[in-house]
Design a protein around this ligand. Sequence first.
Ligand code: NYM
Ligand code: MG
Length: 214
Amino acid sequence: MACRRGALIVLEGVDRAGKTTQCKKLVQALQQSGRAAELMTFPDRTTTIGQLISAYLEKKSDLEDHTVHLLFSANRWEMVPLMKKKLEQGTTLVVDRYAFSGAAFTSAKPGFSLDWCMKPDVGLPKPDLVLFLQLSPTEAALRGQFGEERYETSAFQKAVQQKFEQLIKDPSVNWQVIDASQNVEDVHRDITTHSLNTVNKAQNLPIGELWKET
Ligand code: NYM
Ligand code: MG
């Protein structure tokens, strides 16, 4: 029998929704259930491209808007060979942000269509599951101050949230909306249930291509 592949599971949502906490807890839960699982994060700030992105986010440099959009996408493409290798070896990848953040954040800027923003990521490995941590801007604000990085203002986050809501309507992607206003353990339980289902289903399916007609 052919080797069973791992699943590609993405967590998305606005800043402060709890993605990073939940990604770590999910990796632990999958490992404790005896499955190989690893965390990945986008942007991956450790690569050469990632360092350009990091300096931009920290406002240490300015980059033209199209340019930085393409760098975020390139930062995903540069990880594709490793991602495919891990998935094929049977490791489930839990990914903190992916192309959906790419499209939602840039298209929240004036003059960018969602359609244009999606184009550079067409054909990336398609997630088997995208968990959207849904948190209203009001609830996000109750979680404390935003940080100092670019995009961390409530007006911009509201625009990003609206773009995510458009992306979620796309039936070619397996979205699951999670109520992120619950406590950490309840959110974790919902996420783990969906993820275990996906890991079991994905193992016999080929890896798909994102935003491409099949
Ligand atoms: N971001 C993230 C983008 O604008 N485009 C992308 O493609 C990705 C993956 O970078 N505010 C934005 C969203 C976040 C920031 O922050 C990365 P964090 O806290 O490291 O996830
Ligand atoms: Mg963050």
